[in-house]
Design a protein around this ligand. Structure first.
Ligand SMILES: [Zn+2]
Ligand SMILES: [Zn+2]
Length: 167
């Protein structure tokens, strides 16, 4: 018979069926996606028991700037794999990996002029932030909360009307 909650050697209780504690996270808060959705200052994160990465990123010297990259992939050969490219937005350095180069060539996509972080940021800026909005069921008119913001075009039903329609 397993003990529930399990108490570890530090006296920390781990109830069955609950999420793992923050101590399980191997990523510093400022390196994790949690910081994108719930941004916290360094001290605030440390006070909550998260770790914080203060290490300065090692940046090699660039051999080429992102703005000097050719506009089409046909104009580039394998020698690009040796280049250290500097991002046109933040100047962080990045390289093109061999498999990435093969894929870009296959899909006829030009080399990225931005670093991985900037590309990640621009993708993130396009997604909807999680949240609930107060809206009205479009069938019976009761107040509901939904992740669909008022400017969305989808038809929004309360649970009862939704189940009446689809079940
Ligand atoms: Zn960048
Ligand atoms: Zn309804």
């Amino acid at each position: 018979m397993k003990k529930n909650p399990y108490i570890d050697k530090n006296g920390q209780a781990w109830p069955y069926g609950e999420f793992f504690g923050d101590g399980f996270c191997k990523f510093a808060y400022n390196n994790s996606n949690a910081n994108r959705f719930f941004p916290k200052a360094r001290q605030e994160a440390l006070d909550l028991g998260y770790t914080w990465n203060d290490e300065a990123e090692h940046q090699p010297d660039a051999t080429i700037s992102g703005s000097e990259l050719p506009e089409t992939i046909e104009e580039v050969d394998e020698s690009i794999l040796k280049e250290i490219i500097s991002c046109t937005t933040c100047e962080r350095k990045y390289k093109i990996a061999s498999l990435e180069f093969d894929l870009l060539r296959k899909m006829n996509i030009p080399l990225p002029a931005q670093c991985l972080k900037c590309r990640e940021n621009s993708r993130f800026n396009k997604i909807n932030m999680p949240g609930l909005y107060d809206r009205v069921c479009m069938k019976c008119g009761i107040n509901i909360r939904t992740p669909f913001s008022p400017d969305r075009t989808e038809t929004i039903y309360c649970e009862k009307c939704y189940q009446g329609k689809f079940l």
